[in-house]
Design a protein. Structure first.
Length: 65
């Protein structure tokens, strides 16, 4: 028998303690997105900002010259 890993929920509703579902994503900026979650039990909406890209700074910058 194959032992499958337990999958933890992303977000639990603070009101009714039910697992929330992801229902939308939108770009907030070049490096951040907003993920929207909805509780299937009570209808509460939660938004979470997520860093999706790290700002790039070139290694060979001419700061010392």
């Amino acid at each position: 028998m194959i032992d499958t890993p337990k999958i933890e929920p992303l977000i639990i509703c603070p009101d009714c303690k039910t697992e929330m579902r992801l229902f939308g994503m939108e770009q907030e900026s070049a490096i951040r997105d907003v993920f929207s979650f909805e509780c299937v039990s009570c209808g509460r909406i939660e938004g979470r900002g997520v860093l999706v890209s790290v700002p790039f700074e070139p290694e060979n910058s001419n700061k010392d010259h």
